[in-house]
Ligand binder design. Sequence first.
Ligand code: ATP
Ligand code: AMO
Length: 428
Amino acid sequence: MRTHYSSELSANMDGEIVKVAGWVHSIRALGKLIFVILRDREGFIQIVVPKQKVGEDLFKKIKSLGVEDVISVKGKVVANEKAPNGFEILPLEVDVLNTAKRPLPLDPAEKVPAELDTRLENRFLDLRKPKIQAIFKIRHEMLKSVRNTFYEEGFIEVHTPKLVASCTEGGTELFPISYFEKEAFLSQSPQLYKQMLMATGLDRVFEIAPIFRAEEHNTRRHLNEAISIDVEMAFADDVEAIKMLEKVVHNAIKDVLKNREKELELLGVELELPKKFDKITYDEAIEIAKKKGVEIDWGEDLSREAEKAIGEEMGGFYFIVDWPSDIRPFYTMPKDDRYCKAFDLMYKDLELASGAQRIHLYDLLVENIKKKGLNPDAFTYYLEAFKYGMPPHAGWGLGAERFTMVLTGRENIRECALFPRDRHRLTP
Ligand code: ATP
Ligand code: AMO
């Protein structure tokens, strides 16, 4: 139904017959002349309709169109300095493929921005806006780049179960589900499975898949269903895992800058390629927070206020390393009797990724599970993998929506998921 996208047309094609298709973005009738702006995925095209050139019938047909009707137009490209982008289309045939009921619950061409709730209620219309599509084009570019880096670095793509029997991350709650006669949960993280895969010889695996977290509260950076970019590397330590994360993030930003210039401009984002990733220890982070007047004791997880204070001081991308063992999950490799080999990648005050070198030694792992007040019997299937030759390994999880927030300059994570799931939203 189309030969060209709007972006594939130009004034140089003057005289060529083409077929374009999309939605009626706007329609302006000025007596014997109508201007239709057609919108497709790649932009806008002006259709110029002079009554005496197109004939009575076609003129009438076009005049009866309304905004958001779906049409396909066969016509001639006409170079015209006065038209947007220097050309317009003189129609020969118009197919009305479908009509739109009016009034629209949300106008994709609206000048006044709608509330986020209204936008999410009518997401299919919201997504017709070029600026909103730009977010998902950038997200797509990021994921494509991330995958390319994984392929180049010899990673194997895997998928682990999302219906699981036990928790992996302390802190957030699980969603219970009924699994025939057993109790089961939606997976919070592929953590245990990606670690088990380190005992198989697959060595380097990645998974890009949903994680489910029963976050009780509404925040601007938590979803109840998110996409996690997960990595696990055998024969590697925390330092190598950090290097891989830096490479993935660096390449993604480079590719977005290179291939999504138009979208970044539309969103008004000035993205900078990070030259280096600063590293501060947890102790240094706490000191920064304290100096800025935040009340926080050593050994506490970073509060929102602490994250804000540290983010303000650090700016951009940076790592927080050398965390107290007590506030990291049971699978984290200790460094000494107080600290462990865990790291977080931050962008200003937003946590983008968490990772660590893991415990690969069976006895130490069982001891740590108990220390966290968990029952090792609940982890039998996982622990078995540590008995018969488990190499040292490390990995991380990077939130796709959080990374997209940074790449697109959005303040609310809901903007970076097509159909976000939050405390109050289960539809659309
Ligand atoms: P992760 O869940 O991987 O740790 P995160 O960014 O959610 O990533 P947390 O350590 O959970 O980091 O939380 C950071 C801060 O945000 C903490 O101060 C915590 O109290 C607060 N916080 C976490 N989850 C919520 C939530 N659902 N609602 C409100 N505040 C939250
Ligand atoms: P963590 O719990 O820190 O670590 O999660 C990793 C990353 O996933 C993203 N994320 C979320 N994004 C949106 N909404 C949420 N509710 C949410 N929760 C997490 C964040 C976070 O940094 N197993 C470890 C990873 C590892 O060590 O390999 C884990 O799950 O960007």
